[in-house]
Design a protein. Sequence first.
Length: 277
Amino acid sequence: MDEKVPDGDASQLPFVAPCRILPALAPLDWVRRGWRDMWAAPRQSLTYGAIVVALSLALATIAVRFGGYFKLLALVSGFILVAPVLAVGTYVISIYLERGEKPSLRRCLREEQRAVGNLMVFALMLMVVFLVWARAGSAVHVFFPIGEATGWRDYLTFFGIGSAIGSIFAAVVFSAAAFSLPMLVDRKVDTVTAVVTSVNAVLRNKPAMAVWATCIVVAVAPGFALLFIGQERGGGLAWVMTGLGLTLPLIGHATWHGYRATVDAGQWPPNECTGGT
């Protein structure tokens, strides 16, 4: 996919990596390839899923102790803080499989440590967006309070305005995160360039990215459906975590293949784990 990078001045590199224009149904192939990768290395993939779930559950448990408000946001905050960093493992697994090599947890963790600096910067950016998002949600609740005497029209207004505001923040996060994390793993590039590249690729491939967003929702929704099933039998949080532990590795692998199919980052030097593949 990528051209060999000659040695040169990094200041001469473009501000954004070029991207390919994809057919609308291209993400379905990413999911197929991600599914193949997950079961080509099931132990490593599911281990990463379990790690994300365990750490997110720990964060959620701590958050719940601070009050009911955090109970609603606990899972979201946990995944925002932890998942961007740990998702690197699934990318590295796909890299090794792509090269015909057998992945190992030790090698994946080593590559993850090399990228942790830029990934933590990205996680901090996401956290700032999340805090603004939470504040906006609180403002909606202040101006459109919901109580026992609230009519159905007020409920519709509340959810309509809340959903509209939430969709704006979700679109920003989705555009920034779609391809930036795999690029940080693949190439020696700064976080800003990776984020701008991701946003550019999303804007130039709106139909395909709409399909990709739908794929993510379809993959994650069963996990949250298990939450409601678990409410009837107890242990609802355990049910949703189990579902997400299975679907998150699939999304991670598919994201790597989406990046490879969309972004041409050959002008940037490769990181050691990719070797310019």
